[in-house]
Design a protein. Structure first.
Lengths: 250, 167
């Protein structure tokens, strides 16, 4: 009968011989880029790539998709142009991710607010302020998004779209809704390059009356993975008190 | 100034292997990979690093084991993406391959039940083949202490494997 020592040795060998595949190029490249950026900045840029905050980045990235469409779609697609027209007037949006991440985000007059557990952060593309649940300032540091900088006064939405959404506008200009319901308009797009490894495509559903996006769905390539859905609303009344408090400060 | 591109080129593959070996899928391994380098960057700002390979492997093992512990804690049904796709090179004995696969997975589960340092130290010594002296340096412990931890961990693992596999 095999003794414990042999079992352990065989287990160790099995683990040692486990096939690991090649290091994906995009992972290596991204890491190299972030290391370089973090090193040149000399601060904790890396925090945005940590899981908890990465959720926030994806969340806002989804919101940024809307902004991307505002700036990159032409009027050739009539139905989408209607949606664009409505989005252009937005000064307030709330986004909630259903993928088990406890993060909500708001876009208020060009400034991003994230709520994660007990902290709230405000990022205007230049500075990131972190507050506690009572709205008291805990710390501030350079914006998490400044690495993607186009110009000092550029909106965080634009900064994000440069880093995340890489659609060629020629490919998406001609998109029209794949479904037109009584209440809904559904648009479907291929995955942006930067999400190509894990996302099959992006589906945006907009209200037919309001002509504003209601949700964005990122469809994973691996069907066993959870689909990311970002739900939007535009109701200022629902704004948590602490965000109201923070956003009203000069 | 640390040249991270060189470090990434030299040790990236080893870090990836550690992450993937323990986590078994691209997505988790990629997160672990990036977090490992983030940890190393932060560490290198505070202290001088003498052995980047050992440090990176330690951080990678630490991060990956954290994920394994999280998986273990979950009471809700585990999603398919979290089940490691455990592949070992096939041999002439398919039955042995299957058994080894199972053993490897059992060992990974056992790691998640050990104390943090124990699992990391055992992993670095026996899977990554780091020397006791390299591990001691990375953990800031004496070599003898590492030896004791490895011995103790080995006994714990034997019991854990026996319980879940040996009957």
């Amino acid at each position: 009968m095999e003794n414990n020592e042999d079992i352990l040795n065989r287990a160790v060998d099995a683990l040692k011989n486990r096939q690991t595949g090649e290091l994906p190029n995009d992972v290596a490249k991204q890491t190299a880029h972030w290391l370089k950026a973090a090193q040149s900045r000399g601060n904790n840029l890396w925090s945005i790539f940590r899981p908890s905050l990465a959720a926030a980045v994806v969340l806002i990235a989804a919101s940024a998709l809307i902004y991307f469409f505002i700036t990159n779609f032409n009027a050739g697609s009539v139905a989408w142009a209607d949606v664009q027209h409505c989005i252009q007037r937005i000064t307030f949006a709330h986004c909630y991710n259903t993928c088990g991440r406890d993060t909500e985000a708001w876009y208020i007059n060009g400034v991003l607010y994230f709520m994660e557990k007990d902290t709230i952060s405000k990022d205007d593309g230049k500075t990131k302020y972190v507050y506690n649940a009572a709205g008291e300032l805990l710390s501030y540091s350079p914006s998490d998004f400044v690495e993607l900088m186009l110009g000092e006064n550029t909106s965080p939405f634009v900064l994000l779209t440069q880093g995340v959404f890489e659609y060629d506008s020629n490919d998406v200009n001609s998109k029209v809704p794949v479904y037109i319901g009584e209440d809904l308009l559904v648009y479907k797009f291929d995955a942006p390059k930067s999400m190509d490894s894990w996302t099959k495509g992006v589906v945006i559903t907009a209200g037919r009356q309001s002509k504003l996006p209601i949700y964005i769905k990122l469809i994973p390539k691996d069907s066993t993975k959870q689909t990311d859905i970002f739900i939007f609303d535009y109701e200022k009344q629902e704004l948590p008190e602490v965000i109201t408090k923070i956003s009203s400060r000069k | 100034m640390t040249n991270w591109q060189v470090i990434l080129n030299e040790h990236g593959r080893a870090v990836w292997n550690t992450a993937y070996r323990l986590l078994g899928n691209d997505a988790d391994a990629a997160d672990c990979f990036q977090e490992t380098f983030a940890d190393a960057l932060t560490f290198s700002r505070q202290r001088q690093v003498k052995n980047f390979r050992a440090l990176l492997l330690r951080f990678a093992a630490c991060r990956a084991l954290d994920v394994l512990r999280q998986r273990n804690k979950k009471t809700t049904p585990i999603s398919f993406e979290q089940i490691p796709d455990f592949d070992v090179p096939s041999s002439d004995c398919p039955a042995c391959d299957a058994e080894n696969k199972e053993l490897g997975e059992t060992l990974i589960k056992a790691f998640a039940k050990l104390d943090k340092d124990e699992a990391e130290i055992f992993y670095l010594r026996h899977i990554e083949n780091l020397s006791a002296s390299e591990i001691a340096q990375t953990f800031g412990l004496k070599e003898n202490h590492i030896g004791v931890i490895i011995h103790r961990t080995k006994n714990k693992l034997k019991t854990l494997l026996q319980n879940s596999y040996g009957d």
